[in-house]
Design a protein around this ligand. Sequence first.
Ligand code: NI
Length: 176
Amino acid sequence: MAIRNVVIYPDEILRKPNADVTVFDDDLKQLCADMLDTMYKNEGIGLAAPQIGVNRKIVVIDIPDDNDEQGKNQLILINPKITKREGELVESQEGCLSVPGYQDTVMRYPKVSVTYQDLEGKEQQLNDVEGLLAICLQHETDHLDGVVFVDKLSRLKRDRLHKKYSRILKELQHAE
Ligand code: NI
């Protein structure tokens, strides 16, 4: 088990193209285990590989249960692809481990379907997913397209974020 450093916005690594995974071996399993460890350590519910500096199409997700506990809904998605987006856009209050200390509202589809491969390379699908998992799937697959949730904010809000965020980053550096 290894906890990796999280890449912090606006690092260019978050913008680079992410390669398809073609080899399903022990290294891939180890990488996914590290991603889960890193996600739990940082109290996240989702993490994409570029967020730990690995530009490959891998996402891990664990939506907390009704008791706000994680571990029961663990998902590892290799080469995930959203195949269907449905419904009227809804407001979603989001944060991101790569944008520490900042939350804002973006618009998301309420229902999605996704195809992906599991750790053995077997094709899997999740159909008509709703709720937090639907939001999370959109947020994390965006990362694989080089998109961070703050990119979806209006210019005014983004300018405000950048002002506030430079202060947050300084505070974080001091805290280390
Ligand atoms: Ni994120």
